[in-house]
Design a protein around this ligand. Structure first.
Ligand code: ZN
Length: 320
């Protein structure tokens, strides 16, 4: 067993969060505008962002939270940069060594003066300043409710840049059929991007399989409802599809009842490539280290199993 695994297992058994934070982890499911470090944001801006307490009963509660703590306070290039800085700082303090984040395509015109290099450099600058030891995987983000023609137009400047690692689709899962995004994903594939989408958080196991088939996904953000269908579980396992899972987010949004019965346990035992991630640290109080500890404390997964998942997240995806 290597040194980091030893420390990781000790830290879990001792329920020692500070020790856990020193061990390398990946965060492959992180929305940076909600992924920042709370105390860093407070120190830099005086804005005190408190996590949501309890369980949300509708998406409206999520929007209310965002309005209360962020509103339009972060709607400028300077503040956008600060949120990227805060997310890199958060990752460093959490022991995250691979961080996958990116902007929504509409933000290029809104915050980055339609200058794709300014957008890319903003992320690289945060990394240089605060997180040189981190592998930053830059992602292109699409919101599912946006018109395809608008997305295609916004995407134009992104296609010819070599700095992007992946593309992700998020937002309201039933906003429009997954088929609508097929052409965009074909193009993303031709550009060598890793293909991801949020699916199976609100949608069904069938929705997960459809999205993987139609968009030719490499990874699914959430995908937890796949657990409800043995066929889909086998399909994901056989096609080596990675699920980037965020337990606390799932529980607060009512997508899973608790940590002990969270689908990650069954998905892991079925041989699926799963990873453990933060989603939105500022709302859910979901540091990656805390996610591991909460799953361990619930009895969902053993220290050895959690360590295997941790190491798996740090590896490249399995070749298909
Ligand atoms: Zn997400």
């Amino acid at each position: 067993m290597d040194h980091e695994s030893k420390i990781f297992i000790e830290a879990l058994e001792e329920k020692n969060l500070e020790k856990l934070k020193k061990v390398s982890k990946a965060d492959l499911h992180n929305h940076f505008s909600l992924g920042g470090n709370r105390s860093f944001i407070k120190e830099m801006t005086g804005i005190d962002i408190q996590p949501f307490k309890g369980i949300m009963h509708s998406m409206e509660e999520m929007h209310n939270w965002v309005n209360q703590y962020q509103g339009d306070k972060f709607n400028s290039l300077e503040m956008r940069q600060l949120m990227i800085d805060a997310t890199v700082v958060q990752a460093v303090r959490d022991g995250v060594k691979i961080l996958e984040i990116g902007e929504d395509v509409w933000a290029l015109d809104t915050y980055f003066h339609s200058d794709i290099h300014l957008l890319i450099d903003s992320f690289k600058q945060s990394q240089r300043k605060y997180g040189n030891e981190i592998e930053l995987r830059l992602q292109i983000g699409l919101s599912r409710h946006c018109k395809i023609s608008a997305l295609e137009k916004w995407l134009e400047p992104f296609w010819d840049e070599n700095d992007f690692y992946s593309i992700d689709l998020y937002g309201i899962e039933d906003a429009q059929p997954i088929e609508n995004f097929k052409n965009i994903y074909r193009k993303a594939k031709s550009k060598g991007l890793i293909l991801k989408a949020h699916v199976g958080e609100w949608g069904t196991a069938e929705d997960v399989r459809n999205a993987v088939e139609i968009l030719e996904l490499d990874e699914v953000q959430h995908g937890i409802n796949a657990q409800k269908s043995k066929e889909v579980v086998h399909y994901l396992r056989d096609h080596k599809i990675r699920l980037n899972i965020t337990p606390t987010s799932n529980i607060i949004l009512g997508r899973a009842k608790n940590y002990a019965t969270h689908p990650i346990r069954d998905l892991y035992h079925a041989g699926i490539d799963v990873t453990i991630n933060s989603d939105d640290v500022l709302i859910f109080d979901s540091d990656v280290s805390k996610e591991y500890l909460r799953l361990y404390e619930s009895g969902s997964l053993t220290v050895e199993e959690l360590d295997e998942i941790r190491i798996n997240g740090l590896k490249r995806r399995l070749l298909k």
